[in-house]
Design a protein around this ligand. Structure first.
Ligand code: TZP
Ligand code: MG
Length: 209
């Protein structure tokens, strides 16, 4: 494994809407520590163009860019990381992928978390923690699963799903390495300002554990 150390504290996931560069740029100004390009509809060339713009932007802030789902896109771009689902584990040689980039895998159960770690994942995305309007087919975890996963694996954990100023404090008693957000930051009126506030809050929460 040869990746640079990565900081998952405040992990922005893109929303497929307009003015992405501007909004992600503001989140980076506010201190976002990583960005995931997540796009479910666009054609490959469109994604490549959009992700390349974000990659340049992220490089200015020395923040890793993760690509959701599209291994080929991540490779072509030279992205720092890839984020995949459970069903992707069998379709890729994660170990060889993990030699080239940071590999994140989503997990909703302890079994899935252990499976992802054993397959070579560098970190886990765990959720959805709370009701979210950003993912139609989201399935929800019991928050107690966070503790079980924490005990079962040694790779870092990023919590995702419906995390905003109201729900973030509910994660106070849980140990995690980072928080991933779409709407709380990218749909905010002042993405830079809210990123600054969330980052401080998340840092404080991480210190307790
Ligand atoms: N995976 C699980 S929930 C979710 C994803 C991509 C959506 C998170 O979006 P939001 O707006 O932060 O709830
Ligand atoms: Mg996926």
């Amino acid at each position: 494994m040869h990746q640079q150390p990565f900081d998952l504290t405040l992990y922005i996931v893109t929303d497929g809407k307009d003015c992405l560069k501007e909004r992600v740029g503001l989140a980076l100004q506010g201190g976002a520590t990583c960005v995931q390009y997540r796009e479910k509809i666009k054609l490959y060339e469109q994604m490549l163009e959009e992700a390349a713009v974000l990659h340049l932007l992220c490089k200015q802030y020395q923040v890793p860019l993760f690509i959701n789902d599209h291994v080929q896109l991540a490779m072509e771009l030279g992205a720092e990381g890839i984020h995949l689902g459970q069903s992707d584990i069998g379709n890729h040689n994660l170990r060889s992928l993990a030699e080239h980039m940071i590999v994140g895998i989503s997990a909703e159960t302890v079994e899935q978390a252990v499976h992802a770690e054993q397959a070579g994942a560098h970190y886990l995305g765990v959720g959805a923690c709370f009701p979210t309007g950003s993912k139609e087919d989201a399935s929800y975890i019991e928050l107690s699963v966070i503790k079980q996963i924490r005990q079962a694996v040694s790779i870092p954990i990023v919590l995702i799903g419906g995390i905003n100023e109201v729900t973030l404090p509910k994660l106070q008693n849980y140990s995690f390495d980072g928080i991933a957000m779409i709407s709380a930051i990218l749909a905010a009126e002042e993405p830079k300002h809210v990123t600054q506030l969330f980052k401080q809050q998340i840092r404080d929460m991480k210190q307790v554990h």
